[in-house]
Design a protein around this ligand. Structure first.
Ligand code: CA
Ligand code: CA
Ligand code: CA
Length: 282
């Protein structure tokens, strides 16, 4: 039974077997499937395969969650308020209600992960498209992460509807009569001439406003907090993007980079309760 010769014979075939299983078979799958890239991609993202459900064990904020396998997932195409901002808590609660302790499916666009190592995904609960639902309910605004733009049109349409209905983030302030003009393209290089970028606000309300707690935000995540200054009825106020010392009618963002994109951007002006005063699109 234990003939040494046979034993040696068997061992000598192990490398051939290994070669067959680990090199030849996968390459056959690779070439017959006709989607070699997808094959490798799937290996990379073994944490999230299409049509597999993943349990959500934690919701970090309105657009980030954690799976049972400890992967952090950033919901793409949308953005919800950061902590200590209005509607941060509400947005987080809504996402919790939707997905916490439930099984979700994930869909990738172009990029697999962001620079923080989070998976960039569209999230589905059954047939419910969660990213879109957050926008529909007015707790997220559209935020594209190029080249991940597969559903941008859907998100824009949903945001338009939420805005029209004044829900969530789009609830309107009583002091909405503020006129806005933006000089988005500074003379020369915007990155050098930061104060060549500015916004002019005009208070067309027939009352003065204490701007304490008011904010200006762009389409990205830049936010400016107004101090407790009085914005007189009928007067103008200029907000420059760069550095400087505030005076009665001139305020400085003190940003180190340009705020107002030259091609297109959106300015959200919110009052101390976080309600929308004015939304300026260009
Ligand atoms: Ca310029
Ligand atoms: Ca600019
Ligand atoms: Ca911007």
């Amino acid at each position: 039974m234990n003939q040494p010769g046979k034993h040696i014979f068997n061992i000598s075939y192990i490398p051939v077997f290994v070669l067959l299983v680990f090199l030849i078979l996968p390459s056959l799958v690779f070439s017959f499937s006709g989607c070699g890239l997808y094959y490798f991609d799937d290996e990379e993202t073994s944490a999230t395969k299409p049509d597999v459900e993943y349990m959500v064990i934690e919701v970090i904020d309105g657009d980030t969650l954690v799976l049972l396998n400890n992967e952090h997932v950033r919901l793409i195409g949308i953005n919800t308020p950061e902590s200590e901002r209005y509607f941060y808590g509400e947005a987080k609660e809504v996402l919790k209600l939707l997905v916490l302790n439930k099984n979700v499916r994930l869909e990738k666009d172009v990029d697999d992960r962001d620079t923080y190592g989070r998976l960039l995904r569209y999230v589905y609960l059954g047939n419910l498209f969660v990213n879109l639902e957050m926008v529909k309910r007015g707790f997220a605004n559209v935020f594209t992460f190029p080249p991940n733009v597969k559903y941008t049109d859907k998100f824009i349409e949903a945001e338009r509807e939420a805005r029209t209905n004044d829900i969530g983030l789009w609830e309107k302030s009583n002091s909405s009569n503020i006129e806005i003009n933006i000089n988005c393209d500074a003379e020369g290089d915007d990155r050098i001439n930061l104060n060549g970028e500015y916004v002019i606000f005009k208070n067309n309300n027939n009352f003065d406003i204490n701007l304490g707690g008011w904010t200006v935000k762009d389409l990205s995540t830049n936010i400016y907090d107004f101090g407790k200054i009085i914005f007189k009825s009928g007067s103008n106020l200029i907000l420059f993007s760069g550095k400087g010392s505030d005076s009665e009618n001139k305020l400085y963002w003190n940003s180190t980079k340009p705020i107002w994109n030259n091609d297109h951007d959106t300015l959200y002006l919110r009052d101390a309760d976080g309600l929308i005063v004015q939304l300026y699109n260009y």
